[in-house]
Write a new protein. Sequence first.
Length: 277
Amino acid sequence: MEMEKLDLQPLMDKAAEMVMLYAPKLLLAIITLVVGLWLVNMMCKGVGFILEKRNLDVSLQRWLTTIMSVVLKACLLISVVSMIGVQTTSFIAMLGAAGLAIGLALQGSLTNFAGGVLILFFKPYKVGDYIKTNGEEGFVESIDIFYTFLRTMDSKHVILPNGPLANGNLVNYTMDEVRRVELAVGISYHNSFEDAEAALLKMINEEPRVLKDPEPFIGVTGYGDSSIDLTVRAWVKNSDYWPVHFELNKRIKPALDNANVSIPFPQRDVHLFQKSS
């Protein structure tokens, strides 16, 4: 019994039709993918060059260029797939839902990430600066994309999240080249302010690290229970702040002693009344 020959013509016609239908789309998609990847790489290199010229932190440059590359390549891939004829609406919706879920789960980390980007971009402080924020103060050891690391004066290491740092109050003591040394001292009511002022100004002017402009200042801040309260102000370079601060504190008492100006002890007057019989 002879086997009937299969009629392959309809299948061949269908295959030819499919090739004629999808071959141009596939070829165009491949060309778009190749050209698109080249353009994405060129754009990322251009952005990296601009960021480098703006002297941004290296870690921030890498993060920004990486995120830019991932986002652009994802958009390119979706466009290429849609050019072939694949429906991408549900795929995009799924990615959006996944992104929303991840964003809610990592809300705190994303806040710190955004804060780190702002800090590294606008540079309110840099490595080596002495800052005070959120009840902590110290020298900045390093700035990460999520955290800032401080070293306090007593060599404690403090890790601060960048989110609150970027949105809260911050004092940078080393941003300017000069800084004011301010000391407090009290003198007896039996001494004159002029004698104390002359002795303190002489002491300050003998310190070579104190700047002449702005001029040092001695003033009365108040009248306490047992002393006239004075403030001593002098301007120094930032690098000399703590050495001069401790040196002037050490010299205050000898300077006042040489001028016969006393620093009184806290005292209280006691009045005795004799009870009559």
